[in-house]
Design a protein around this ligand. Structure first.
Ligand SMILES: CCc1ccncc1CNCCCCSC[C@H]1O[C@@H](n2ccc3c(N)ncnc32)[C@H](O)[C@@H]1O
Length: 701
């Protein structure tokens, strides 16, 4: 559609959502990481010079590693790629670089490849980078076990193969990986995985018992849980404190088929890691070194200036540690995912107790016995309370956002009390005896306690659109613990026939006194159809009723950020080893970068924040679709992006900003296709357009 009509807004907006989904953002980061590309190139060149003539690139992506092999002189190069989009892209790239007839690309998962159907003979080199921040998350172990069995020549030291030259034996790049783990204290991680607030908006949350995120290592695999999440530790707001040294927790040799087979069967290993700093353990951070060959390694560690994220294993319950304690870390590869967890803390006194034991034992104490007794004495009073609730990370960050709830409570209390007092006059005139309850509807997405807060603020019948049974149970538990009568809180979706029409009258003869809308997605974009929902909600309000929020003001500023450029497009052919890849992968560049943490983004501010746009949710006549804004430059540089965020006005003077340290929202940024060179004192004219809930900002030259 875009090719046919490039400025067709619906197609444009959908394309951007689809493009983000089709091509993962890390393709840009990876291709721009010249260091990574050069190290792979060196390793491949060395292997081919060693005699590897036939090469298979597993997970070729854009085809860059396959092209390295060809250029290094390999006689046969094959590549496979399971994503259709990337497969088609790789075909375009390889032919644009004149290698269409010398690299055979298959749209296949490597596990489905067979000889001789897909490749004529076994190859002497497999090159791959099918790894994620947790190393094994893209299935590299399974892929290599299959490759050693079906696609690769036998490894050099295989007993049944007489000593032979590299061209008769198989090898893998990367040759192996070393995994590191480090315990960290980090509030930003904690507030996304554990309840940190004891009360919000006047509600006592202690009753909620144990709230946890879907990220956990324990529990059976079939739960909808994932073992780890990923974070760029060097970019976390508020930073982190290392509580232990990084310690190597696992070594994997990708050139040893037997070891790979045994990896997932291997018992969990336990390590005692010395604590170097007092603090509270919030998570174990995990990264790795990818040993491409004997000389070259790529690290994904937090102190590297590389662009990689680390794997984060949140610790489900509270561990306080002191210097000289030892943290018991458990490492395993259950169901092909790397799992790292805290098994307990051994305090120095317990350690002394254990070490005192082996004084009188002549023979060295049995390490197993020692460890078992240590485990027995551990402070493992971490059994989870009976009732525990799983909320999304963003829902936990929302519940922990005390400012957001305090603002809502203030605005709602003002409205309901005003309403009630005014209501009673109106009702006196109409001499209807019972002032009757005020109907309040909360249509937030996901878990929300706003309806419960409303129910405590007056004679209110509160309706919540919370859908999940578990969330409803949590809300009811909180209602009971906070003295809200059962009949004051109802679940709205149960009332409406099709939950697509969640905005309906409460009753045939009733209208709402207040409706709470959910306007901003966690990623920082405005929710789709926001204005349509607002105008529908307004029709369902009784006289004097209100929609919350009433207004959204968009603020933005001019910045120069090379980091944002690196994450949004491949810059030229230089980083990609001279291969012409940029024009092909950059078709998937999207002009709006979401899930941004603006507070820690490396960037130079070239202007003050400026008001960009106003959305009036109480009166759609006030809304224009385009606005030109002039922004004064206060530092010289190149404007490469325009980050923006929202001031959400719950009423004329209570406002919640989506750009605050405790905000559960992230920010977004428009990336300028062509950077704008500016000098202090310049005025930059921006055209801000609002169409179907999507904001576009262009610089008018
Ligand atoms: C220092 C590396 C690093 C560290 C931390 N974070 C990120 C990175 C960067 N690497 C990310 C690559 C991750 C995606 S893998 C790359 C491409 O390969 C494809 N695939 C995956 C498995 C597979 C298979 N068995 N058969 C065929 N194709 C396969 C995927 O469809 C994808 O397009």
């Amino acid at each position: 559609a875009l090719k046919l009509k490039p400025d067709f807004p619906e197609a444009k907006e959908n394309f951007y959502r689809v493009a983000n989904w089709l091509v993962e953002r890390w393709h840009f980061l990876m291709l721009n990481d010249n260091g990574r590309n050069r190290k792979y190139q060196l390793a491949i060149q060395r292997a081919v010079q060693d005699g590897c003539r036939s090469v298979l690139d597993i997970g070729t992506g854009t085809g860059i590693l396959g092209m390295c092999a060809k250029k290094a002189g390999a006689s046969e190069v094959y590549a496979c790629e399971l994503s259709k989009t990337m497969y088609e892209l790789a075909c375009e790239v390889v032919s644009a670089n004149g290698m269409a007839d010398s690299i055979k690309i298959l749209h296949k998962k490597s596990l489905e490849m067979e000889i001789p159907r897909d490749i004529p003979n076994r190859v002497s080199l497999v090159v791959t980078e099918t790894v994620d921040a947790g190393l094994l998350g893209e299935g590299i172990v399974e892929s290599l076990i299959h490759a050693w069995k079906h696609l690769l020549l036998p490894p050099p030291n295989a007993e049944d193969v007489p000593l032979s030259s590299p061209s008769q034996t198989g090898r893998v790049i990367p040759a192996g990986a070393t995994v590191f783990a480090m315990a960290v204290e980090c509030h930003e991680i904690r507030r996304h995985h554990r309840l940190c607030a004891s009360a919000v908006g006047g509600l006592d949350l202690a009753a909620a018992g144990h709230i946890r995120s879907p990220v956990r290592c324990s529990g059976d695999a079939d739960e909808s849980s994932e073992p780890y999440t990923t974070e760029r530790l060097s970019r976390l707001p508020g930073g982190f404190t290392a509580l232990t040294e990084p310690c190597s927790v696992m070594n994997i040799d990708f050139n040893n088929p037997q070891e790979l087979e045994g990896l997932c069967l291997r018992e969990a290993t336990r390590l005692r890691v010395p604590v170097i700093q007092d603090g509270d353990v919030d998570a174990l951070a995990v990264w790795f070194q990818l040993h491409l060959d004997q000389e070259n390694s790529i690290s994904t560690g937090p102190d590297e200036d590389t662009c990689w994220e680390q794997a984060v294993y949140p610790v489900p319950t509270h561990y306080s540690v002191k210097c000289s304690d030892e943290l018991l870390v458990e490492v395993s590869c259950r169901d092909a995912y790397l799992r790292v967890s805290c098994a307990g803390v051994m305090s120095s006194s317990q350690k002394r107790h254990i070490s005192s034991m082996d004084e009188d034992a002549e023979v060295p104490s049995n390490p197993e016995l020692e460890l078992c007794s240590a485990l027995a004495g551990l402070q493992t009073n971490h059994d989870l309370p009976a009732q525990s609730f799983t909320l999304e990370c963003s829902e936990i960050a929302l519940v922990n956002n005390t400012n957001y709830h305090e603002c809502f409570r203030k605005a709602m209390a003002k409205h309901l009390s005003f309403f009630e007092s005014r209501g009673s006059e109106v009702r006196e005139e109409s001499s209807s005896s019972s002032s009757g309850p005020l109907y309040v509807l909360d249509v937030s997405e996901g878990f929300s306690v706003l309806s419960l807060m409303a129910a405590r603020l007056g004679p209110v019948r509160a309706y919540s659109s919370v859908e999940k049974q578990q969330h409803q149970a949590l809300l009811q538990l909180l209602a009971r613990e906070n003295g809200v009568r059962e009949d004051a809180l109802e679940f709205w979706l149960g009332q409406v026939e099709d939950d697509s029409a969640v905005l309906q009258r409460p009753d045939s003869d009733k209208l709402w006194s207040a409706i709470m809308l959910d306007c901003v997605e966690i990623c920082g974009l405005l929710r789709q159809n926001l204005m349509e929902k607002a105008s529908l909600a307004r029709c369902l309000l009784e006289e004097g009723g209100r929609v919350f929020p009433e207004r959204i003001v968009i603020h933005g500023m001019l910045v120069e950020s090379d980091t944002l450029l690196q994450e949004s497009a491949v810059q030229g052919t230089e980083p990609t080893l001279g291969f012409n890849i940029a024009p092909f992968i950059n078709q998937f560049t999207v002009p709006v970068h979401v899930f941004l943490d603006l507070s820690t983004l490396e960037c130079t501010h070239l202007s003050e924040p400026a008001e960009m746009f106003i959305l009036d949710l109480m009166d759609s006549n006030n809304n224009y679709t385009s606005r030109d804004v002039r922004v004064r430059v206060n530092a010289p540089g190149r404007v490469t992006a325009i980050p923006f965020w929202y001031h959400i006005y719950l009423d004329s003077d209570v406002c919640v900003s989506t750009f605050r340290p405790d905000s559960h929202w992230k920010q977004v940024a428009v990336i300028l296709q062509r950077p704008l060179v500016v000098n202090t004192g310049d005025w930059v004219r921006l055209r801000v357009q609002f169409h179907k809930s999507s904001i576009s900002i262009t610089a008018i030259r």
